[in-house]
Design a protein around this ligand. Structure first.
Ligand SMILES: C[S@@+](CC[C@H](N)C(=O)[O-])C[C@H]1O[C@@H](n2cnc3c(N)ncnc32)[C@H](O)[C@@H]1O
Length: 223
């Protein structure tokens, strides 16, 4: 549910019945997730929805640098870098970035110098140049709700006018143990519409097996 307070400050609550964790607790939670070798990490390859967009729908990304925020173990960054897209991929968990670097080395990508991984918090990251494209899968649902306005403002600042933002919204179905929290297209649009126009939404995009119907791929153009 999207609510506007008497001060005109927008806030979003969710039908997720769980109590939200604080920002610090969320960071600790992600650190634990990426450090625990016993937890199986999904997906263990690039996003099938992203592959479908670029390989089957032949969506053309504008030429230029791409930011991947909340990149996790880096499969999507490696996938894009292999396609010749210069990528800067960030995650605030060092354990995630270590895994990402290992995966990119195994894929032989690091030698092309096309891909940079960095341990960075999306909310304090200060890139030296704006990006032509940004892509994320699951950052919007991973952050604390109080950070969503800043999330949209950050992308607006970091992406060039007419640049592209690809957001894969996930999960759409409530999880028994969030984060990530259940998100909706309406919530995402609420924050982005001031800076971006929606140019594509794939509610029936491909998902990994067992996750069908749990993702929406959306493409936004910076105003
Ligand atoms: C749901 S996971 C998605 C990971 C990856 N994009 C994927 O599709 O598998 C969310 C990721 O966002 C990262 N994250 C959460 N808050 C962040 C922040 N403020 N700055 C950078 N990364 C963040 C987490 O560490 C985690 O790797």
């Amino acid at each position: 549910m999207i609510a506007v307070s008497s001060e005109g400050i927008s806030s979003v609550t969710t039908s997720d019945a769980s109590v939200p964790l604080s920002s610090n607790a969320l960071k600790a939670n992600w650190d634990m997730y990426w450090s625990d070798e016993n937890v199986e990490k999904h997906p263990d390859g690039p996003s099938v929805a992203l592959r479908e967009l670029l390989e089957e729908h032949r969506w053309l990304l504008p030429k230029g640098r791409c930011l991947l925020a909340g990149c996790g173990n880096g499969h999507d960054a490696v996938f894009l870098a292999k396609r010749g897209v210069p990528c800067v991929a960030i995650d605030f968990c060092s354990a995630a970035i270590e895994k990402a670097q290992k995966i990119s080395e195994e894929a032989g990508i690091s030698s092309f110098g096309n891909l940079t991984f960095a341990v960075q918090d999306f909310f304090t990251f200060q890139p030296t140049m704006r990006f032509t494209v940004a892509y994320e899968r699951g950052l919007f649902s991973a952050i604390h709700w109080s950070q969503r306005q800043k999330w949209a403002e950050n992308y607006a600042q970091m992406i060039v006018p007419q640049g592209t933002l690809i957001v894969i919204l996930y999960p759409l179905i409530q999880r028994s143990q969030p984060p990530p929290y259940r998100v909706t297209m309406a919530e995402c649009e609420h924050y982005l519409k001031r800076y971006f126009v929606l140019v594509r939404a794939d509610p029936n995009c491909r998902c990994i097996e067992g996750q069908e119907g749990n993702e929406i791929l959306s493409v936004w153009k910076r105003l």
